[in-house]
Design a binder for this molecule. Structure first.
Ligand code: SF4
Length: 192
């Protein structure tokens, strides 16, 4: 089955999904967006207010900063794929519960298997924790302020994947001084 067909099937599945209670409060589930053959996969935490309203990932203020960061390294949204660990918004943007992450993990796992990225950029602590544990890097896991901008290589059946933890772009919406560290970290994408 082609990558596009798998992604379309996942889109349908998350639209109807009731695997955790977040379906009760969502307006839209948000599978992700971008190129199903992308070499770089960005993984955030969960949809926020605007994402839930529009059914799209990384829109609103954090999305504008994300676009700016992509632009700073010559990337466009259509070159990459962007998603979140959770596909539905936690009420009031609270932190995801472990049972919600567990229930939703089949979708991100399927996206990774389908897209087969060469680099996975984890945006923020929740995404970093999920992806590093998934790839057996739990002993190297630390808070995002310690490991942002570090590249971890993991060997998989489909080749080496570079795991790169980054600050979540939303940090620059309430602290504009974080834009420069974010840009510096994103510049790694052109080097590795
Ligand atoms: S967050 Fe994930 S598991 Fe929970 S209802 Fe939404 S799609 Fe299903």
């Amino acid at each position: 089955m082609s990558e596009n067909k798998v992604i379309a099937g996942l889109q349908q599945a998350v639209s109807n999904c009731k695997r955790c209670d977040l379906w009760k409060t969502r307006n839209n589930s948000v599978l992700g967006e971008g190129n199903p053959n992308a070499k770089i996969l960005f993984v955030g935490e969960a949809p926020g207010f605007n994402e839930d309203r529009q059914g799209k990932p990384f829109v609103g203020k954090a999305g504008a900063i994300f676009n700016q960061l992509l632009d700073s390294v010559g990337l466009k949204r259509q070159n990459i794929y962007i998603t979140n660990v959770l596909k539905c918004r936690p009420p009031k943007n609270r932190n995801p519960f472990p049972n919600e992450i567990k229930a939703c993990s089949l979708y991100i796992n399927s996206q990774i298997e389908t897209i087969k990225p060469e680099k996975i950029c984890c945006l923020g602590n929740f995404s970093t924790s999920f992806i590093m544990k998934k790839f057996g890097l739990q002993d190297k896991l630390a808070g995002i302020s310690k490991i942002h901008g570090t590249t971890f290589n993991v060997s998989t059946l489909t080749g080496t994947i570079k795991i790169i933890p980054l600050y979540h772009p939303a940090v620059a919406t309430y602290d504009p001084g974080m834009l420069e560290p974010l840009k510096k970290d994103f510049s790694i994408l052109t080097e590795t």
